[in-house]
Design a protein around this ligand. Structure first.
Ligand code: IPM
Ligand code: MG
Length: 343
């Protein structure tokens, strides 16, 4: 066993605390990990007046990894640009830790083929990885509202594109599909130019193709198994990864890792805080469990334990247990018990 790792846990809002409790049970079972809770998102706004308190950020910077559930909820919804928003906590911590590379693997488990809205023969064999640029683009450009006109600037530098392109080429097993809107957007034309250059200079042996984002959205449901690595900018990646989630049957299944900085990585399910089912004990903990697996693999160097968690999840699904999002009636606790028993 490696020395004990110190992670910070950010339960956040909605179903966040419930699935973080599930994660802690799993982590306790695996051993070798100490955790400390901190506030982020809506709960941080309530307790500290800001979605990303300094104490949370400082604790994150000195940790070995950050595990986050989800932020946001109707309580903090507002269209007033001056009100604090829960999402500022998430965007802030990504930016402050320089986590420019967001990895979202989409690999439906055979036991869930029937749970996807797509036909089984379409999704069979799908094993793709969305690599989303996470700290640039329209999310972080200047935002303005003046005299009834609002704007959000989408800008990318060559350096930002080069570094995310390298992550994509290094992750590819078969090919990289770079997704942009180069027929309309200047930032996309630079994106395509830089990806093409990095490919020619450093990774010419890996097949590369380019797709416009509207076409990519269509191909993702028409022929998802054709993709290997999808490399794309921040907002396109946000949208395409929710779409891709449905290949697995539910967004309650999709984990993610955000990496790139010199410090810790951040690991979180792709789904949100699901305020409609918060507190009901119905949340699917599996995206969180698979995020713990990504943390073990990418953040803590414990590949064997990552694989153990993933196969425990697979075997529980193969055994037929399903939460409501997958059409079943199992509660969170039942699924947690089953996964821990299968470890
Ligand atoms: C995600 C989420 C976030 C994003 C929101 C909550 C700000 O949708 O991680 O995909 O847009 O990045
Ligand atoms: Mg999203």
């Amino acid at each position: 066993m490696n020395a004990t790792s110190n992670i910070i846990t950010l339960p956040g809002d909605g179903i966040g605390p419930e699935i973080m409790d599930a994660a802690k049970r799993l982590i306790g079972e695996l051993g070798g990990i100490d955790w400390h809770d901190h506030d982020i998102g809506g709960v941080a706004i309530d307790n500290h007046g800001t979605a990303l308190p300094d104490t949370t950020l400082e604790a994150a910077k000195t940790s070995d990894a950050v595990l986050l559930s989800a932020v946001g909820g109707p309580k903090w919804d507002s269209t007033n640009p001056d009100d604090p928003r829960p999402e500022q906590g998430l965007l802030g911590i990504r930016k402050e830790l320089d986590l420019f590379a967001n990895l979202r693997p989409v690999k439906p488990v055979p036991a869930l083929y029937g749970s996807s809205p797509l036909r089984e023969e379409r999704i069979t064999g799908t094993d793709l990885l969305v690599i989303r640029e996470l700290t640039g683009g329209i999310y972080f450009g200047e935002k303005k509202r003046e005299n009834g006109v609002a704007s959000d600037v989408c800008s990318y530098s060559e350096v930002e594109i080069e570094r995310i392109a390298r992550v994509a080429f290094k992750s590819a097993r078969a090919k990289v599909t770079s997704v942009d809107k180069a027929n309309v957007l200047e930032s996309s034309r630079l994106w395509r130019e830089v990806v093409t250059r990095v490919h020619a200079d450093e990774f010419a042996d890996i097949p590369l193709d380019h797709l416009l984002v509207d076409n990519a959205a269509m191909q993702l449901v028409a022929a998802p198994s054709e993709f290997d690595v999808i490399l794309t900018e921040n907002m396109f990646g946000d949208i395409l990864s929710d779409e891709a989630a449905m290949i697995t049957g539910s967004i309650g299944m999709l984990p993610s890792a955000s990496l790139g900085g010199d410090g810790p990585g951040l690991f979180e399910p792709v789904h949100g805080s699901a305020p409609d089912i918060a507190g009901s004990g119905k949340a699917n903990p599996l995206a969180m469990f698979l995020s713990v697996a990504m943390m073990l693999r990418h953040g803590l160097g414990r590949e064997a334990d990552a694989a153990r968690v993933e196969s425990a999840v697979d075997s529980v699904l193969a055994g037929g247990l399903r939460t409501a999002d997958l059409g079943g009636d199992a509660g969170t606790a039942e699924v947690v018990d089953a996964v821990i028993a299968a470890l």
